[in-house]
Ligand binder design. Structure first.
Ligand code: DGY
Length: 323
């Protein structure tokens, strides 16, 4: 008999096909991912053993307590898991897994795109063309910031941060990073470690955020941190919006402290702070850094593999904690 699954997030047709082939699956019909109430209702009605979701589903202690006893595993199709209350899941004996490793390259590619587009005014140029161009642009007009050879600071040097660093090396950038612990030399690859985040900031022509969300990183980029950056720095965030104090970011963008920013993530999603949409010096994306067909398939398959492992009595491949 097939195991019972709630596929609570909208995903690729291939992931849906595999979910339906391998499981007795209730699949979200859209237009949006299932809410906590919808998941709880569907799980109870279906006596589901597993839920596949993504970071749109906030599984706090109340949501976890409301899930029926039949649910044995929750698999988030994301590497980030700040939307899950881990102590509550542990206490309830609900195994939780994520999808590390398969989205590093696409997320780092996207971070580079944001960095290049922000520094070199890609969105403004595109808008000029769509509006018909038809006027002279002088050699002193609409100038961007050179990327090649500059200094980039990376906040969070996990797999995605390191994949970003690898790409930045291709632009002859000097790499610096801050993380809770220093990496061994084979992973550092010459990057300069700063144990003190604030001590790194004055050296950052570019700053790229790759740290996880959650209380430990909440508003790490606040007014004081922005004030420490060089005048005209460029900020990239393809990690979590909560790392940034958005009022301080807005001030930095409008005062000229920052030349530009490339943002894929926001404190509130999808209802992001619309002040940013009015700024020319911001490149905006709707939390899509991992959104290539290959990567979204790989994330969904990994989540399904984790669910199958747990329900078959094997160890989870990517557990969010180890006993
Ligand atoms: C992740 O994997 O954490 C991405 O941000 C998608 O949620």
């Amino acid at each position: 008999m097939k195991r019972r699954l709630i596929l609570a997030c909208l995903t690729t047709t291939d992931v849906i096909a595999r979910a339906k082939a391998d499981f007795d699956a209730i699949v979200v019909e859209g237009p949006s991912d299932m809410t906590v109430e919808e998941v709880t209702r569907a799980a109870a009605a279906h006596q589901a053993e597993a839920i596949l979701f993504t970071n749109s589903l906030r599984l706090d202690a109340t949501a976890i307590a409301g899930l029926p006893e039949s649910v044995k595993v929750g698999a988030t199709s994301s590497v980030g898991f700040d939307h899950i209350d881990i102590p509550a899941a542990k206490a309830r004996g609900l195994m939780m897994t994520n999808t590390p490793g398969v989205l590093d390259e696409c997320t780092a590619d996207f971070g580079m795109m944001l960095m290049l587009a922000a520094a070199r005014r890609g969105i403004e140029y595109d808008r000029i063309m769509r509006n018909g161009w038809r006027y002279r642009i002088g050699q002193g007009d609409l100038l961007g910031v050179r990327v090649t050879g500059k200094r980039v600071g990376i906040l969070g040097m996990g797999r995605i941060g390191r994949a970003f660093a690898q790409r930045a090396r291709g632009f002859d950038m000097k790499i610096m990073y801050h993380a809770r612990t220093r990496l061994p030399p084979e992973l550092e690859q010459g990057a300069e470690y700063f144990a003190d985040f604030h001590a790194m900031l004055p050296h950052c022509d570019f700053l790229s955020i790759h740290a996880p969300g959650g209380p430990a990183t909440d508003k790490m980029m606040g007014a004081e941190a922005f004030s420490l950056l060089p005048q005209g720095a460029v900020l990239v965030n393809a990690a979590r919006g909560t790392v940034i104090d958005e009022d301080a970011l807005y001030d930095a963008l409008t005062s000229g402290k920052l030349f530009a920013a490339g943002l894929d993530v926001f404190r509130a999603e999808p209802d992001f702070d619309m002040r940013f949409a009015a700024l020319e010096n911001v490149v905006l994306a709707p939390h899509v850094a991992s959104a290539s067909k290959e990567t979204r398939d790989a994330m969904g398959y990994k989540a399904l593999d984790n669910i199958a492992a747990v329900l078959d009595g094997r160890p989870a491949i990517d557990p969010l904690w180890r006993e």
